[in-house]
Design a protein around this ligand. Sequence first.
Ligand code: ACO
Length: 432
Amino acid sequence: MFIDFYHRPAGKQGFHVIERGRDRRVSGEVVQKVETIYSDGYYFVACVLGLRWIMAAYEFRAGLEGVPATQSSISYVDGQRGILEYRGIAIQELAHQSTFLETAYLLIWGHLPNQADLAEFQEEIQSHRRLKYRIRDMMKCFPESGHPMDALQACAAALGLFYSKRALDDPAYVRAAVVRLLAKVPTMVAAFQLMRKGNDPVQPRDDLGYAANFLYMLNEKEPDPLAAHIFDVCLTLHAEHTINASTFSAMVTASTLTDPYGVIASAVGTLAGPLHGGAAEEVVGMLEEVGSVKNVQTYVDRCLMSKQRIMGFGHRVYKVKDPRAMILQGLAEKLFEQFGHDQYYDIAVALEAAVADRLAGKGIYPNVDFYSGLVYRKLGIPTDLFTPVFAISRTAGWLAHWKEQLGENRIFRPTQIYTGLHGTKYLPIDQR
Ligand code: ACO
């Protein structure tokens, strides 16, 4: 851990000493003196070891950016080359040849199922789609003005009340939890949508596949096969993306060995924030605000002049066009061809070109959320359900990370850099 170099950030005068004089051992030798120094994002430990001074430098990275927090074999992203793989298989291959449930199986169990395994998995999911009437009754008490992500988080956590037996080292328990969550999360999302309109939820239909059944429960009519297929591909594209905020949240919760319903509830809560799952919703709002292709250039100029972010562009990892955005754009075109043109698609294409002119040099290209909102809108999904739909799909990835975490668990307990006071005297309330 200790390295003998000394780095002082440019332009900085001196260091703020935040910890002093604790004995430590380095490679078995007694350290005589230790000073811990924090300056401009760097954390230094200086110590005298024998006759030598040793300096160690740790960079403090806000948001843990780029800090490895786990070893994982679930998915891989190369942001420079625009590569995304699930268990080594390119996302393009899965989008063209697999289905969401087969992909979920691949992510969670690490290999593609054979025909019998897949049939059994699909059947199990089909037979666990219904919600207990007490969950439906609980949902009836939710305010209709509440956000569907909050409803979903509450429902996911409530599953833990009904299935409270915890046997994390029993493969049958793990399988049952995976099946239950994948099966019931879409039913919960659709049920809340109908209930907030004052309607009874629609029961799932066993003769429909995973994607078609969700659209049926949501819109109360059987979807066109092409629409169901496109929605299934959308679920596949959003199923997993290494350890972003919500997946990390799932892993941290999983590492305490709590039940899987708590794990998914905490991930749903994390995904709900506008910096994470909410961008697709914002893209649609932005396209509506632009209103017409002729306004695109002015809109882009105005945003860039006022240093405002253009939604659906840029990514912490991808510095080229997100491979999922390319697939989604193709799906959007197919949808509009079959079910009628959408003027917002023309605005989106013009916006992509205008942004490329100005920001391609910085590696800013459309991300997954840029075209997904347009696809969801055409499928009849209301704007505030875009993030819950993301959660339906990402449940597969969260469960894969839950299972992986259980395999080699160590509770997450990072350290902090204390920047507060020491030895402060308590001042009685009558003297304040
Ligand atoms: N519009 C305009 N400029 C942008 C955008 C954007 N969408 N994204 C980045 N930039 C610019 C920044 O202003 C910055 O410019 P500067 O160097 O002149 O200061 C440069 O590109 C680098 O930006 P960073 O903020 O360092 O990029 P970071 O990797 O931290 O941000 C993020 C990634 C948060 C996704 C950002 O691109 C953004 O806010 N995009 C819009 C919101 C969005 O679409 N979010 C969805 C992300 S995908 C997902 O979560 C599933």
